[in-house]
Design a protein around this ligand. Structure first.
Ligand SMILES: [Zn+2]
Length: 287
């Protein structure tokens, strides 16, 4: 079953290239916050991640959460939010039935509360204790969350009622060399969740074997730029040390490198790689 995919950019963060690849310079580069709209002929509209939204500013107004905004400056206009862009395509928020999250960093979940009717699918691998939406945490918890790029205020208050664990979905062979088994969202192999450990707890990607264009592997933040798997140009060691698990991160990127070599027909799209996102959006628009 083929799905129709559209990639949107819901704001950008600004970072020094050197933080994303060892061989990079100190100039600033934009990291698009990519959202995928996946339309299935029988299961309606699904989003993969939700990008930035206006509430990101509110969530990062107080200290210590403001540190997040200082460390990772954001360029965002309200009209760039996923919900507004979808509206412009003629997809109202209540038609989004499922939101799959790659992980819980602020640039992936800021738009989540704009889709109150969607079930939320994510890995159960992370301990969400202490991050219950709506419950103010201690300063220590807030500092710990902020250090990990996590802003609980962005989560809906009914998160746990709407949450469906990736692991509860039926297992399915991805058919991708090096990536074994994934989890089948609709039971027809059209949208497959694939664990991609390393960047953050429970991090996952989405494998779409049949689209209106090329097969698409949306790999979230498994790496930031495609140079990581094409040229082995990884972030500096100290940057990787701040991520979820450095060894797992490197292994995941190595598997992506193997896949890129074995399956050049598959478009591998890291969420924040502007070249990859623009190239994939073009290929999808051509159909
Ligand atoms: Zn992230």
């Amino acid at each position: 079953m083929a799905v129709h995919v559209r990639l949107l950019v819901a704001g950008n963060s600004v970072q020094r290239q050197r933080f994303a690849r060892r061989s990079g310079g100190w100039q600033h580069i934009r990291f698009p916050a990519t959202v995928a709209l996946i339309e299935h002929p029988e299961h309606g509209s699904t989003l993969f991640d939700t990008g930035y939204a206006p509430r990101f500013r509110e969530a990062t107004d107080p200290l210590p959460q403001r540190l997040y905004r200082w460390l990772v400056p954001v360029e965002f206009a309200d009209a760039e939010s996923a919900v507004e862009q979808l509206e412009a395509f003629g997809v109202p928020a209540d038609e989004v039935l499922t939101v799959v999250l790659s992980h819980l960093h602020g640039d992936h979940i800021s738009g989540l509360r704009d889709f109150p009717d969607a079930r939320i699918v994510w890995s159960s691998a992370t301990d969400l204790a202490g991050a219950t939406p709506g419950q103010p945490g201690s300063l220590r918890a807030a500092l710990r969350h902020t250090r990990h790029g996590f802003l609980p205020a962005l989560l809906p208050s009914d998160l746990f009622a709407r949450l469906r664990a990736m692991e509860s979905l039926p297992p399915v062979a991805t058919g991708l060399p090096g990536f074994g088994t994934g989890h089948d969202l609709f039971g027809d192999g059209s949208v497959v969740l694939v664990p991609l450990p390393g960047h953050a707890p429970g991090h996952l990607g989405l494998w779409l074997p049949a689209t209106q264009g090329p097969p698409l592997f949306l790999v979230g933040d498994a790496c930031w730029l495609r140079q990581a798997f094409l040229d082995g140009d990884l972030p500096p060691t100290w940057v990787m040390g701040t991520l979820g698990g450095r060894d797992a991160y490197v292994r995941t990127v190595e598997r992506l490198a193997g896949l890129a070599a074995a399956r050049p027909d598959v478009l591998i799209v890291p969420s924040h790689c502007a070249e990859s996102v623009a190239g994939a959006a073009d290929a999808l628009a051509r159909g």
